[in-house]
Design a protein around this ligand. Structure first.
Ligand code: NDP
Length: 400
């Protein structure tokens, strides 16, 4: 059916590429382009010939719009799937505009010098994408991503009005180390030590890091401690779900993880201020990253499941209603299928599906849109087919 250019070849991209190759009816041809070409070539060697999808590779610096334009003009993809880092979102969107090519990503733009997740920079491209007749689909991972699709689906089929959304992200995976991070330790530690926030009655409410804790009994996992964090999809859902009064995001963390983190913070190991050590300047957090296990090495040893989903409360036919949509994913099953654990899997599958929605024309709306602004039905169907089946509960335990 079409051609897709995938930018980046890390944890999430690897899963998305496996899934594109499995889905060769839609993905006739893919190009994998990233900073380190050898990683793209290694994946091509592993996957080429396993289906009819043709695979090519290229080296690209995605911070450089001209390089991206040249690559897009050479390959002529129907869609660019951006799975590099959030810092590259705008240069890739510029290249898509210049070449009139559709755009999909999984995380909103973040300037490198300020850790501030906001959609305003990408939303500024709306008119230009509309005039060019191309679609930008923002946030097609799990959270953001599937959580927005779940919200659109609940609004379409289950509610007249949704008033409360609690997004619950539980990773009950055990890698056997006392302390390690599932993805880039620098980004992980920065996210966890930042202030939390939630949306209530039309404005943000800020909290101290880990200030709000709840215990939740997750289906297929059991009781886990979870903490309120800021998360980017709250910003768009607050605008796109009419009648919304409150949206919160909770993520689970184990006791051992938090104790280690507190200790590392207390002794200054998580600082990003350079210090002088034996005549050299070093950044403590970067040194810490160097001594921690490489997140990619956790795949084969992680056991257990993830459960990510949304609990909705609102009204249907004048009555109060509660409804829970979630997915459970098993780390070892993901590893057996694509060689990655569930954290990358739950992001890479929806990334492939987002590109598929655009390539098949099921989602075609010139402009810049968040995922909940599209018809959720074909995406929900694809989740069941491509490895992330969803489950529902009409009588879930509420979060107080
Ligand atoms: P990784 O660090 O594993 O991979 C990033 C890839 O991008 C690497 O291959 C890296 O190249 C490449 N890259 C970085 N900078 C450039 C550049 N300037 N030019 C070209 N390539 C570049 O990250 P993940 O796979 O874990 O994450 C990918 C994206 O997914 C991120 O934006 C992340 O925020 C998002 N994400 C979204 C989630 C969701 O649910 N919505 C959940 C998890 C992640 P190299 O190999 O040389 O380092």
């Amino acid at each position: 059916m079409g051609k897709c250019l995938i930018i980046g070849c890390g944890g999430v991209a690897s899963v998305a590429i496996h899934k594109c190759v499995q889905n060769s009816e839609v993905f006739d041809e893919i190009m994998i382009a990233s900073r380190t070409k050898s990683k793209c070539d290694a994946l091509k060697d592993k996957l080429e010939g396993t289906s009819s999808t043709k695979i090519s590779t290229a080296q690209v610096n995605a911070d450089n719009t001209d390089e991206l334009i040249a690559l897009i003009n050479e390959f002529r993809p129907d869609v660019v799937l951006n799975l590099a880092l959030p810092y590259q979102d705008l240069t890739i969107m510029d290249a898509c505009l210049a070449t009139k090519t559709h755009y999909v990503d999984t995380a909103n733009y973040e300037p490198e010098d300020t850790a501030k997740f906001e959609y305003k920079w990408q939303w500024e491209y709306r008119d230009r994408f509309k005039e060019a007749g191309i679609t930008a689909l923002l946030g097609s991972g799990f959270d953001p991503g599937v959580t927005g699709v779940f919200s659109a689906y609940a609004l379409k089929h289950e509610f007249d009005e949704i008033n409360y959304i609690d997004i619950l992200d539980c990773n009950a995976g055990d890698h056997g180390y006392p302390f390690a991070t599932n993805f880039n330790p620098e980004i992980n530690i920065r996210e966890v030590s930042a202030n939390g926030s939630y949306w209530e009655d039309g404005h943000w409410v800020e909290t101290k890091p880990m200030e709000i804790k709840r215990v939740y009994n997750f289906p297929e996992i059991g009781k886990r401690d979870m903490y309120l964090l800021h998360h980017e999809e709250i910003e768009s859902l607050a605008l796109n779900i009419p009648g919304i009064k409150r949206i919160r995001f909770f993520m689970t963390f184990g006791e051992s993880y938090l104790t280690h983190l507190r200790c590392l913070e207390n002794v200054g190991m998580t600082s990003i201020e350079p210090i002088e050590f034996e005549g050299k300047k070093i950044v403590p957090l970067q040194f810490l990253k160097a001594v921690l296990p490489d997140p990619a090495s956790l795949g084969p040893r992680t056991v257990g499941k993830t459960n990510i989903g949304c609990i909705f409360r609102g009204k249907k036919d004048g009555k109060d209603k509660t409804y829970y949509l979630y997915n459970v994913c098993d780390h070892q099953e993901c590893y057996r299928e694509v060689g990655s654990q569930a954290v990358s899997y739950t992001t890479g599958v929806p990334a492939m599906i987002g590109a598929m929605m655009i390539m098949t024309g099921k989602w075609n709306k010139p402009g810049v849109y968040n995922i909940e602004e599209f018809d959720p039905d074909p995406f929900m169907e694809a989740l069941n087919k491509w490895g992330l089946p969803w489950q529902e509960s009409r009588d879930p335990e509420p979060v107080d």
